[in-house]
Design a binder for this molecule. Sequence first.
Ligand code: NAD
Ligand code: IPM
Ligand code: MN
Length: 362
Amino acid sequence: MKIAVLPGDGIGPEIVAEALKVLKVLDLKFDVEAAPVGGAAYDAHGHPLPEATLKLAKASDAILFGAVGDWKYDKLERHLRPEQALLGLRKHLGLFANLRPAICYEQLTHASSLKPELVAGLDILIVRELTGDIYFGQPRGRRSSPDGAFAGAEEAFDTMRYSRPEIERIAHVAFDAARKRNKHVTSVDKANVLETSQLWKDVLTEVGKQYADVTLDHMYVDNAAMQLVKNPKFFDVVVTGNMFGDILSDEAAMLTGSIGMLPSASLNAGKQGLYEPSHGSAPDIAGKGVANPLATILSAAMMLRYSLQQAEAADRIESAVQSVLAQGLRTADIHSEGTTKVGTRAMGDAVVAAITKKTTKG
Ligand code: NAD
Ligand code: IPM
Ligand code: MN
C-alpha cells in the first residue's frame, strides 16, 4: 500500500505532520512518499500540480492532503493558482464522491455557535458531488458582452452543468451510505430556478425507487442553509452538487464546534481516495503552531477505513480523538472556559499518547 503525502500551503504542512505522527504510531505497513502541491509547488516548480506530483498521486492507493492557497497567489492566471492543484487531482483521479461527516462530539457540544441542545448527538453525512457542476462546466471565461442591456461591457461567465450518469453515481453513493445509517436522504437543489437542479431532482427521485427502505426528501438550497442552523438533527445524509456542497459543508462544520474538526474523503469508482480536512490553508494563522490538526487526523482515519482496509486502526484514531477531547485539551478554535488550550503539536502528541496508552493496556 502506498500513501502520497501532499502537505501544500499555509497550515497544511503543520497539520499533515501531526496526522503522519499518528499514522506512524499505529505501526501499519505502507510506503509514504511526499510531494509538493499548490503554492509551494508553484514556487519550486512553476506549477501548482507538477507532473511528478500527479504521477505519484495516480500511482498511490491514497493521498493525504493538507491544504492549498494563499492570498499572495491571487493575481496569478487561474490555471497557475494553488487551488487548481486540488481541482486537477479531483478531475484526473475521478474523485467524484466527497464525503464530509459533520459529527458533534459530546465534549464539543458547547463549542458550537448553536445552542447545545440543537447540536448534541449531531451526526450528518454530507455527500458532495466533486467533479462536475459550475466548477468544471464549459464554456467559461471573460469577454465583451455580445448582447443584452450591457452589450459591449466586460462580462464573465461560468457554466453549471450535470449529466444524468454523473448524478446517478453520486445518488447511489448517498443511498448506499444512508442504508448503513438512519436511512434518510435529503437531496439539496435549486430546482425552482435551475435546469441542472431539475435534472438532479428527477434523477434522485428515480434512483430513490431502487432504495425503498430509504426515505428521500428534496429541499431547496436556501431552505437547507436555514434548516441546518434551525434544526440540524433533521438531517442524516445530505446529497448535493459541487458548489452547494462546498458552501453547506462549511456551514455544517460550525455545528460541530469548528471548521478544524471536519474531515473529508474524496473517492473514485475504485478504492482510491484523497483525504483532506474540509478547511483551507488558513493563512491568517499559518506558522503560528495554533491550527487544529484534528480534521486532518480524522481524515487519516477515513483513509485507513476507505482506501487501506484498516477499519480497526481507524477506530483507534477516532476513539483517541474523543479521549483527548474528554481530557479537556482544545486548540484555540475550540477552546472555552474550563478547558486547556494547546497548540497544534501538543494536540497531535496527545492523540499519539492516547493511542499508545490503549495499546499498552491491551
Ligand atoms: P480557511 O478554511 O482557510 O479559513 C477560514 C477561517 O477558519 C480562518 O479564520 C482560519 O484561521 C480558520 N481555520 C481553518 N482551518 C483551521 C484549523 N485547522 N484550525 C483553526 N482554525 C482554522 O478558508 P479561507 O480563509 O476562505 O481560505 C484561505 C485559503 O485556503 C484560500 O486560498 C482558499 O482558496 C484556500 N482553501 C483551500 C482549501 C483546500 O485546500 N482544501 C479549502 C478551502 C479554502
Ligand atoms: C474545499 C475547497 C475547494 C473547493 C477549493 C480550495 C478549490 O473550498 O475543498 O472545500 O471549493 O472545493
Ligand atoms: Mn470549501
